[in-house]
Design a protein around this ligand. Structure first.
Ligand SMILES: Nc1ncnc2c1ncn2[C@@H]1O[C@H](COP(=O)(O)OP(=O)(O)O)[C@@H](O)[C@H]1O
Ligand SMILES: [Mg+2]
Length: 398
């Protein structure tokens, strides 16, 4: 599947923005995901649309104007800023680079030159990331998301499969134990996908939020040799939302990253986890009923300020040439840029699920494993969304 590059255009004048957008759209792999008149206007769009490239038009000869780029470069370390200007000169260039730009293109230029520049910058950044992944070097943002919940309003889209394989990829990346909380209270499948026997521990103390301690939660974790550990809530007599929040808060304090697998219902338990999560991985498959269903789910999800769309990361699972919908159509329908597109790999994935061996470990170099590992790095690299309203409940002390 050809990789598409989402580009955001920042420029004061609407006619310049349209001209740049027109140039960019002439590149078959490029997609203009949004436009903004200033860097300040661009920030909320960047959080929501997560462009890989930002094209900034410097419209004055004053190099100080370029300092406005810094908040954008700081907000989106995963995006590369390219400055274009008629006023190119050593001072302008120096200021652009100091403010975090990756490339500078003097106007006038032809559409092909802009497209080629965007593609070069993107290829270099991707190579850098892959190089670091391949060598186990850290590619992480300083402010990492700590609790990542995998969610969908549709069943059978691959939530559990992704949650487990993402957790293994996070463990590989962070070299630390990654807990996976199985919040699917009816059909919890994390233990099966990991091939472990989970205990049924979380009845009493977790039912009384004040009583759960980190040591106790740690004891309930069922460890797996791949440096992940399952915390199964299945079968527990009603671990209510306060208990879920308590457990997630304790895990967030003790571990780099915690993954939460949910079921498809948008009930109080799932909402508690979603409210307190730093990131919500919203999973869809590329077919009309699922995308429609997930669209409704997204609206319900983001209706609450504790779950702003900035927290949501779209993942399209089971994509491929035979899929009913392309990633582009899904992104446009849902108004979100996909953080990951995971290929349909029925033979490999089903074998992995049936044997209880995550494919990210057993078939490390398969396409689907690579895609999940790239998604894991992408999720870890991101700064966490600003908390709008905060979780409804926090443990008083650890
Ligand atoms: N990328 C994929 N390619 C092929 N099959 C997949 C993929 N992801 C998941 N599946 C299959 O889809 C089925 C449902 O996955 P599961 O993770 O249990 O979904 P959910 O937790 O959303 O109900 C499983 O049989 C799994 O093997
Ligand atoms: Mg599941």
């Amino acid at each position: 599947m050809a990789e598409r590059i989402g580009v955001l255009v920042i420029g004061e004048r609407p006619d310049t923005r349209s001209a740049l957008a027109g140039f960019l759209m002439s590149g078959p792999a490029l997609r203009v995901v949004g436009q903004a008149a200033s860097c300040a206007d661009a920030l909320p769009l960047i959080r929501r649309l997560r462009p890989g490239i930002i094209v900034y038009e410097a419209h004055t000869a004053d190099p100080a104007e370029l300092r406005a780029i810094w908040p954008v470069a700081r907000e989106a370390p995963y995006a590369s800023v390219i400055v274009v200007s008629f006023f190119a000169g050593p001072e302008h260039l120096r200021e652009a680079m100091a403010a975090g730009a990756r490339e500078y293109l003097a106007r006038p230029f032809r559409a092909e030159q802009l497209v080629a520049t965007v593609q070069n910058v993107h290829t270099r950044e991707r190579e850098r990331r892959r190089y670091q992944i391949a060598r186990g070097l850290p590619v992480l943002a300083e402010r990492r998301p700590r609790v990542i919940t995998v969610f969908s309003t549709k069943g059978g889209v691959g939530k559990t499969t992704l949650a487990v394989n993402l957790a293994v990829a996070f463990a590989q990346e962070t070299r630390n134990l990654v807990p996976v909380v199985d919040l699917d209270l009816h059909f919890g499948g994390v233990s099966m996908v990991l091939g472990v026997h989970a205990k049924r521990p979380l009845s009493e103390p977790a039912g009384k939020p004040g009583e759960a301690t980190f040591e106790w939660v740690e004891k309930c974790l069922v460890r797996h040799p791949l440096n992940v550990a399952v915390l199964a809530l299945r079968g527990c007599p009603g671990p209510g939302p306060p208990a879920v929040l308590r457990v997630l808060d304790l895990l967030a304090c003790g571990f780099d990253v915690t993954v939460v697998d949910t079921h498809s219902a948008f009930d109080a338990t799932a909402r508690a986890a979603l409210d307190t999560s730093d990131l919500i991985v919203l999973v869809t498959t590329p077919d009309v009923p699922t995308v429609h269903n997930v669209g409704e789910g997204l609206a319900a999800l983001t209706a609450d300020p504790r779950r702003p769309s900035e927290k949501v990361r779209l993942v399209i699972n089971r994509a491929g040439p035979r899929a009913e919908l392309t990633p582009r159509v899904i992104e446009e329908y849902l108004g979100l840029t996909a953080s990951g597109v995971i290929s349909d790999a029925p033979v490999l994935v089903n074998r992995s699920v049936n044997r209880g061996v995550p494919f990210v470990a057993s078939h490390r170099f398969s396409r689907v494993a690579r895609e999940v590992r790239e998604l894991a790095v992408e999720l870890l690299r991101e700064p966490t969304a600003p908390s709008l309203g905060g979780p409804p409940w926090r443990p008083s002390a650890l």
